[in-house]
Design a protein around this ligand. Structure first.
Ligand code: FMN
Length: 309
């Protein structure tokens, strides 16, 4: 997820049990131009195990050399984003716009397939553009035909953005239409949700997005069996490990921003956190942010040792 699922967050997700992670979308044009933020996102990390790197793009001319660079940087799987709904992305024919021109996209994916040889090539799609253009099955079938190895389906259309319920039955339609593995995505918040999605749709795997923000322990099957005290201790250990990883990975300014974003998510549901978040975003340094978190944590634990998650 753009702006969030960078190396430190994904290290934590893997430590909690995530099978594999994908980096934030990297714009192929920006990578080829040498934009520093794109190059930074393309950095590999051995602690992450199997790494998929995701590209945004609208042509083989940039996606092919960008994919080559990502493989050189340590990507084990190349994933093409065909679901991003953001206006400035789709206006340039990238993200979810790729689902609108199936034959042009088939040519791009074929070129990637030829270039990548035996490196797995995957795509992430939506249900389609809107309720008149819900063509996930057509796009998935085309992808299988050109040699894509696996597909993730977030079944909302581009018009639905992130609102309303994700129509899981569309994931089942894609599973029924292709033989390659399909990963289901959308509204999974717990292990029970994941099991239900697999049972209802027949998908081979489940991808968790927002349900992992502020709760990376969602990936840990053992977490649910812990008592309240053990859960709180586990959570604080994970948050501290995440803050340490942020501090190691980013320069001070970006580290502060990342800590602020993620701590705002970790503290959702804590009684005193709403007012605290205003203070959090005004803090000037990493040390001030860590101190403020420790103060809020101590006050929250003194009031009620079981945190709301
Ligand atoms: C802030 C934000 C950033 C996202 N960035 C990406 C992205 O870079 N690549 C991608 O494939 N999906 C991205 N997504 C979509 C999620 O991966 C996922 O498909 C969607 O949120 C539905 O699943 P969920 O209910 O588990 O969150 C993003 C979602 C959010 C909320």
């Amino acid at each position: 997820m753009a702006g969030l699922t960078n190396v430190p967050f994904r290290r934590v997700a893997v430590a909690c049990g995530s099978g594999y992670t994908t980096n934030e979308e990297i714009d192929a044009d920006a990578l080829i131009r040498g934009k520093p933020s794109a190059i930074d996102m393309a950095r590999g990390d051995p602690a992450l195990g199997v790494v998929a790197m995701q590209l945004l793009g609208n042509s083989a001319e940039t996606l092919v050399p960008a994919a080559r660079r990502l493989v050189e940087a340590g990507a084990h799987i190349i994933d093409i984003n065909m679901g991003c709904p953001v206006l400035k992305v789709v206006r340039r024919g990238k993200g979810a716009a790729l689902m609108r021109d199936v034959s042009a996209t088939a040519r791009i994916l074929s070129a990637l397939r030829r270039e990548l040889d035996d490196v797995p090539l995957t795509i992430k799609i939506r249900g389609g553009w809107d309720d008149r253009e819900t063509n996930a099955v057509e796009v998935a079938t085309m992808a299988q035909d050109v040699g894509v190895d696996a597909i993730t389906v977030h079944p909302r259309t581009r018009a639905q953005q992130f609102g309303g319920r994700a129509p899981w039955d569309l994931i089942g339609d894609v599973v029924a239409a292709v033989d390659i593995p399909v990963t289901g995505n959308g509204d999974v918040r717990s292990l029970a949700d994941a099991r239900r999605m697999m049972a209802e749709t027949g998908c081979a795997a489940v991808m968790i997005g927002r349900g992992a923000l502020g709760r990376p322990w969602v990936f840990d099957a053992a977490y649910g069996a812990l008592g309240a005290g053990a859960r709180a201790a586990y959570e604080v250990r994970i948050v501290e490990a995440h803050l340490d990883a942020i501090e190691q990975h980013f320069a001070p300014h970006d580290a502060r921003l990342q800590m602020q974003k993620h701590l705002a998510l970790y503290t959702v549901g804590w009684p005193a956190a709403r007012a605290w978040r205003r203070e959090l975003f005004a803090l000037p340094s990493v040390d001030a942010v860590r101190e403020a978190y420790q103060r809020l944590y101590a006050a929250t634990m003194a009031d009620a040792p079981v945190l709301a998650h």
